[in-house]
Design a protein around this ligand. Sequence first.
Ligand code: NAD
Ligand code: UDP
Length: 338
Amino acid sequence: MNILVTGGLGYIGSHTCVKLIEAGYTPIIIDNLYNSKKSVLKRIEKITGQLPLFYYGDIQDKPFLDTIFKKHSISSVIHFAGLKAVGESVTKPLEYYENNVYGSICLAQVMRDNQVNNIIFSSSATVYGEKNATPYIETMQTGNVTNPYGWSKYMVEQIYVDLHTSQPTWSISLLRYFNPVGAHPSGLMGEDPQGIPNNLMPYIAQVAIGKREKLSVYGNDYPTKDGTGVRDYIHVEDLAKGHVAALNNINQSGVHIYNLGAGIGNSVLEVLAAYEKACHKKLPYQIVNRRAGDIAAFWADASKAQRELNWQTECSLDDMAKDSWNWQITNPNGYPDE
Ligand code: NAD
Ligand code: UDP
């Protein structure tokens, strides 16, 4: 069964392609390589023994998308392609809305024109905004988002809900990810941030490898267990399996919303301690001011995915740190250019 995977060379997309192949699906990847490298394909092949079909192109290019839908019989789409840097979205809102919102509209239009009505969309816990109490449950009202990136996810969710209302045969899964970290246990695939990492674990990884001097911990005066921010970290392997679980259930029309998280909150200092254990050394850090827009603590109520998709996380925080470090030491400069 052919599954079109937009953004399939990116961090979560590449891990999901491996799981799709292992589950007997055939991923067809499209990616504009804005935040990924073509050499990821060879890594997928090394792990699975199969080189996925890849098309270089942009989801905003409707004629390009249309040729792919005409050429292949596609049963479902997993839509990862998007820009994801929260801070950058504040300075480049138009680019974020164009790529994430307009791109998602183009994709759905071409799907509709080709009678492909099953889509799984990468949403984010950020749609719960800053007013909901933790743990977040799918039935909570979304909104009150603090940045254009988050609003772009909120808007695409709404657009896809409206699309389903207009054409109820669609099956639309909105997967709200919490904090994906870690890497493939082989060390062949992982997160490859360009420039200074925005997120916690990739930053710690670069401190551990000696690329950055020390971690800046953004605030230790939050009302949390040790004063530092608390998040729900999910191993990218578990997250990838969540997509296969959602795909196995895609034949039911409707809008299906799932939190994909571990259901546990860990603090910045706990993540740092897990990483120190993984790399067998003390890692330097300093406490600095809170980061603007940060929420003190949130994690998922992930029971709906467990109930309906028979999916739950299996990896611990130690597994996440161990696999992240394994990827970091074996690929200190990330993926090769070709
Ligand atoms: P990523 O940047 O590693 O992967 C996204 C991929 O999409 C990249 O390979 C990029 O080149 C490609 N892409 C971007 N715009 C495109 C376009 N217009 N046309 C074709 N390809 C395009 O990001 P990721 O971490 O793998 O995230 C995947 C999705 O999950 C994104 O939509 C992201 O917003 C969402 N998400 C990520 C996180 C996270 O923390 N990583 C959390 C919640 C949601
Ligand atoms: N964080 C930190 N230093 C960093 C990056 C992140 O202290 O260099 C903290 C951040 O304040 C938050 C947690 O780590 O409490 C996770 O941040 P990340 O950016 O990875 O995820 P998000 O805040 O988007 O959920």
